[in-house]
Design a protein around this ligand. Structure first.
Ligand code: SF4
Length: 224
């Protein structure tokens, strides 16, 4: 019997880079509401010329009143960089899927800069230089999906919502190869493998901390 092809999400491969176990738990329980959900609504609202109240209304109807504090905190930390006006919005929440790559995802924004279109992804805080590796992987994955859809995309932007940093990243063959490897790894997790976690400073603010501490590890998981 032929196996049904599983399509992996860009958010899952980026989650895997952050911690393989975070990816595993997102697949198992779904994504838990966090600041990134809030900043997406704030960003979209401001880019469209709406106010923060509109963004809050959208956020609360999507994620529930019980998450109001997450929104309030994200709004307090949000920085809107007026330089964003140089990146003309072409489309938002662009759903992309490639059966060939077995990859799909919702791109935050497609922008026009100097007459060329680029993917733009949202992140929280920028590192001192460049971008975080997980954001590089996200941009690479969306460039690959846009290529599959017939658009020439070899670079993209990351907007860091908590410090207003706009950073451009060029995607190389190495990044694309890493995306393919991650698709294979996430695919393995869908088969029920429990991977090792990172067990470092990230754990203290992890939304899956409790489950992770109670998860038994297996010998096989060390080789994922
Ligand atoms: S608690 Fe740490 S190891 Fe476990 S899922 Fe979270 S970040 Fe990963």
């Amino acid at each position: 019997m032929k196996n049904e092809a599983i399509t992996v999400r860009v958010s899952d491969i980026a989650g895997y880079v952050y911690c393989p176990r975070v990816c595993y738990y997102r697949l198992k329980f779904g994504s838990r509401v966090s600041e990134i959900h809030a900043v997406k609504e704030i960003y979209a609202s401001r880019r469209a010329g709406f106010d923060d109240e509109w963004a809050m209304g959208k956020f609360l109807s999507l994620y529930g009143e019980e998450n109001a504090e997450i929104f309030r905190q994200a709004l307090e930390d949000f920085v809107f960089n007026p330089m964003l006006d140089m990146l003309k919005q072409v489309d938002t929440d662009v759903f992309l899927e490639s059966k060939r790559l077995r990859l799909k995802g919702k791109l935050d924004e497609l922008v026009l800069f100097n007459g060329k279109k680029y993917p733009l992804v949202l992140a929280l805080k920028a590192p001192k230089e460049g971008i975080w590796y997980r954001d590089r992987i996200k941009v690479a994955a969306f460039c690959m999906l846009l290529n599959e859809a017939g658009m020439d995309a070899q670079s993209g932007f990351v907007y860091h919502c908590f410090d207003g940093e706009i950073r451009k990243v060029k995607v190389g063959r190495k990044d694309k190869y890493a995306v393919m490897k991650l698709i294979e790894r996430v695919y393995k997790l869908t088969k029920g493998f429990v991977p090792e976690g990172v067990n470092d400073s990230r754990c203290s603010r992890c939304l899956y901390y409790e489950e992770c501490m109670n998860e038994p590890t297996t010998f096989a998981s060390r080789f994922l």
